[in-house]
Design a protein around this ligand. Structure first.
Ligand SMILES: [Zn+2]
Length: 373
């Protein structure tokens, strides 16, 4: 059956809801996000915590469902979208992304709640700002979280991933992942250890099995972002009859298998290889020195003679130096962090242009040449 061409009445209203939800831009902490929650989530009968997260308990299944209400839009308000034969895209305009990350997950959980699928539903605030909502819950609602055996987030790009590792390290066992694939009964789903970050990562030390499931969006955080609604509606069908008793729980949350290697031993090249399957090429040795940093940096802040620095300016300068150090040693990690927070190369190029223009204006910035040493 094609949902795009022959929708039943229920599917048609579900699709209409999806369109309406995707037509809102919702940066964290804005009125647009509050209005969105009030309209689409609160009527489900949710409770609201001090961080603005929405909770809903249906039955007593020890499974948390997770999504986030914020998007990486640069401003709140409305936007236009179009549906190209089941693929929803952004109509070119001022919006910087579609925001199917994570409107897809929120919509799916709303559909599940309407259809009374048992579980603890958590619609998080501020995932795109470093998971502020889930961090708050992990710190302040530990007793509630502790009762869960599994946390299933719907906040992953593509159509095939069951995430077993996030940037925090392993988040669920392969045994659990396979049992989830079987419970979903969807073709093409497979274990994926290349997850970045979503809210479920903040529960890995409390909940045994935490994962993230592909919700059908692509190119998130960019203007090219689109949403495969065939996948999302197929996932909806699977979740409406989801049987949590088929999940196999084996991981011990007190034993954290971290992907991070301690600071001094970090091998950026190995990490890059694990992410992209190729070597960075000659970048394995990260013996670091201040002179290396100076020679690599293209833009240096030269505000005034160092003798004129106040204490707080020194502190700022030291902070800036520490950041340059970090970026030099961990470029891949930092690029993932920037992506996670909605930045792409164009944003940085724009910022670089601004800095260079400022340099031309008042000499605050000085461009260094790229030559080594
Ligand atoms: Zn997301």
């Amino acid at each position: 059956m094609s949902f795009s061409t022959t929708p039943s009445h229920k599917e048609a209203s579900a699709r209409a809801a999806l369109y309406h939800m995707l037509m809102t831009m919702r940066p964290h902490g804005t009125k647009a996000t509050a209005t969105f929650c009030k309209h689409w989530i609160d009527p489900l009968g949710c409770q609201i915590d001090a961080a603005g997260n929405r909770f809903l308990r249906i039955g007593d299944a020890p499974v948390m469902f997770s999504s986030h209400v914020d998007t990486v839009h640069s401003q709140g308000g409305g936007q236009r979208i179009y549906d190209d034969n089941g693929i929803i895209c952004l109509t070119p305009g001022k919006a910087n992304c579609l925001g199917a990350d994570d409107t897809a997950g929120v919509w799916l959980m709303r559909e599940m709640a309407i259809n009374k699928v048992p579980g603890l539903y958590v619609f998080h605030q501020g995932e795109e700002c470093g998971g502020v909502g889930s961090r708050w819950i992990a710190a302040n609602k530990r007793d509630m979280v502790k009762e869960m055996s599994a946390c299933i987030a719907f906040d992953r790009r593509g159509t095939t991933s069951i995430i077993t590792e996030q940037m925090c390290g392993r988040c669920c066992s392969d045994v659990f992942g396979k049992s989830l694939i079987e419970a979903l009964g969807l073709e093409g789903m497979k274990l994926d250890d290349t997850g970045s970050f979503t809210d479920s990562a903040n529960y890995t030390r409390i909940i045994p099995e935490c994962t993230n499931v592909s919700s059908g969006y692509y190119d998130e955080h960019t203007k090219k972002e689109c949403l495969d609604t065939d996948h999302l509606f197929t996932l909806r069908e699977a979740m409406l009859t989801f049987d949590h008793s088929k999940l196999v729980i084996v991981r011990d949350p007190s034993k954290v298998e971290s992907r991070y290697i301690p600071w001094r031993d970090w091998d950026e090249n190995a990490y890059y290889q694990s992410q992209y399957g190729t070597s960075m090429g000659g970048a394995g040795d990260y013996t670091y020195s201040r002179s290396l940093r100076r020679s690599k940096a293209n833009i240096t802040i030269v505000p005034k003679s160092i003798h004129d620095y106040t204490d707080s300016e020194w502190e700022q300068r030291e902070q800036a130096d520490a950041l340059v150090d970090f970026v030099t040693i961990y470029p891949t990690l930092v690029s993932h962090f920037l992506m996670q927070h909605g930045y792409i190369v164009e944003d940085l190029e724009e910022y670089k242009d601004e800095c260079e223009q400022a340099a031309a204006m008042d000499g605050v910035y000085e461009k260094e040449d790229d030559s080594e040493n």
